[in-house]
Design a protein around this ligand. Sequence first.
Ligand code: SAM
Length: 297
Amino acid sequence: MFSYRHAFHAGNHADVLKHTALMAILQHLTQKDTALLVVDTHAGAGLYRLDGDYAQTSGEADEGLLRLTAKPPAAPAERAPALQAYLDMVASFNAKGRHRVYPGSPFIIHQLLREQDRLKLFELHPTDARTLLANIGQLNAGRQIEVFDQDGFEGLKKFLPPPSRRALVLCDPSYEIKSDYPRVVAMVSEALQRFATGTYMVWYPLIPRPESHDLPRKLKNLAIKAGKSWLNASLNIKSNKLGKDAAGEVVRPGLSASGVFVINPPHTLKALLKDALPQMVELLGQDQHASFVLESG
Ligand code: SAM
């Protein structure tokens, strides 16, 4: 069974990038009255404790959300609007000035949906699927949200095309198994054939593994072949070289970079990320390797 648990990673720099982009996309897509279908193929547990054992053990939120909130700007207007919207979203789950709870993608999405919109959530890990179901149950969202303890790569196809012909698909695997990389490509390829005008957002890690660097290239090829627009944004916060601690022991740097690839992005997304990414680099960057990429076609 999988060992990945998002509770260790909630609020890290990858979540900052992913959830900022996700919100910017959704805020645009929910401006039109027509119902929107959102499918989150790898939903996680939905809500996380930043003061709980998992988050405290990994300390990853310290390199992401908590680093951002530790350096508040003199005036919120100095923050890029997309980054400020993300910080406001996380703050809305917490008492003023505290950061104990971190909302995962299902809760962020739910906050931005209107009555007419629908959300389908897939989570395969039995424990996280149970937690997700319990967390979502508290929302009393009725038929608006459905949770499936099934494979999201497979499950997506039954919802495409959606009756309203408007959909956002978030595909955010853990990439714990190498086959996740080709499965993302196969899923997006089939989804584009079923529903070419949907918006597809894929998160990917940038790690020393050829598959991870090939993934955005493959997604770009899919988009170009389908004649669709695309956007790729990545954030690097530090060197990925092995280091040594004071005792001379080899220290792994942990995830240093990740990206989001979006097919059929809203036309507003690039400008929002153009403002937000330099601030993420400035606030989250730990060394001279800190950088971002923002490209589209
Ligand atoms: N999207 C979540 C968020 O932003 O808050 C985080 C998701 S986490 C990166 C990936 C999740 O996918 C894990 O909870 C893992 O158990 C789950 N998972 C792994 N393989 C899966 C599959 N084939 N289908 C559905 N869920 C899967």
